[in-house]
Design a protein around this ligand. Structure first.
Ligand SMILES: Cc1cc2nc3c(=O)[nH]c(=O)nc-3n(C[C@H](O)[C@H](O)[C@H](O)COP(=O)(O)O)c2cc1C
Length: 179
């Protein structure tokens, strides 16, 4: 099955991208595509600009990548308790193509941060609104203190509790293939 993974961040060294990528490797028999949000550069959304330019190519491309996937793993970066501006802007543009941005795909939501909160606030917000945006949310996992849990040499989460939670979450996407 095709798994689309991305960090909801435009940081080149995004820890959320690393977490999403690693979790995708835990999905059995996955063909993995990793998006970099830095490749989806867009002006700040406004209804006035939308009236002039319609759906920008970057928003259409993002929407299409979700549409081509069998399952989606997104890991949310937390900026001041909420979404990164880059993700929120891309999401706002994409939601004007169709509010069901996740297109009823089986989806796993993750979050992580360097601190002990593990970006739990943004994950809670994302979970609370998932059904409005067409996410068939199978699992949600926050990984606290990312740099303590992650082995940068292997690109793997090694902290046992987090690894077990991510493995279980990833397997919910494989179940979708059988269902
Ligand atoms: C503007 C800004 C605000 C931040 N606010 C939070 C926050 O509210 N909670 C948190 O846990 N980390 C916060 N951080 C730290 C991020 O968790 C950290 O930069 C993390 O690496 C972001 O994820 P990314 O590497 O995937 O972009 C903030 C970072 C920035 C730049």
């Amino acid at each position: 099955m095709k798994i689309l993974a991305f960090g909801a961040s435009n940081s080149k060294a995004s820890i959320n991208k690393s977490l999403a990528r690693f979790t995708a490797t835990l999905v059995p028999h996955a063909e993995i595509e990793v998006l970099d949000l830095a490749d989806y550069d867009l002006p700040i959304f406004s209804t006035d600009l939308e009236a002039q330019i319609g759906h920008p190519p970057a928003a259409l491309a993002f929407f299409d990548r979700i549409g081509a996937a069998d399952g989606v793993i997104v890991s949310f970066a937390e900026h001041n308790g909420s979404y990164s501006a880059a993700y929120k802007n891309l999401f706002d543009w994409a939601s004007r193509i169709d509010p069901k941005v996740f297109q009823d795909k089986p989806t796993v939501y993750l979050s992580t941060s360097p601190g002990p909160g593990g970006a739990g606030s943004v994950l809670a917000a994302a979970k609370g609104s998932a059904r409005f945006f067409g996410a068939d949310l199978r699992a949600a996992v926050s990984v606290a203190s990312f740099y303590d849990a992650f082995d940068s040499e292997t690109g793997s989460i090694t902290e046992p509790t987090a690894l077990a939670a991510l493995t279980a979450a990833a397997e919910t996407l494989a179940l979708a293939e059988v269902a």
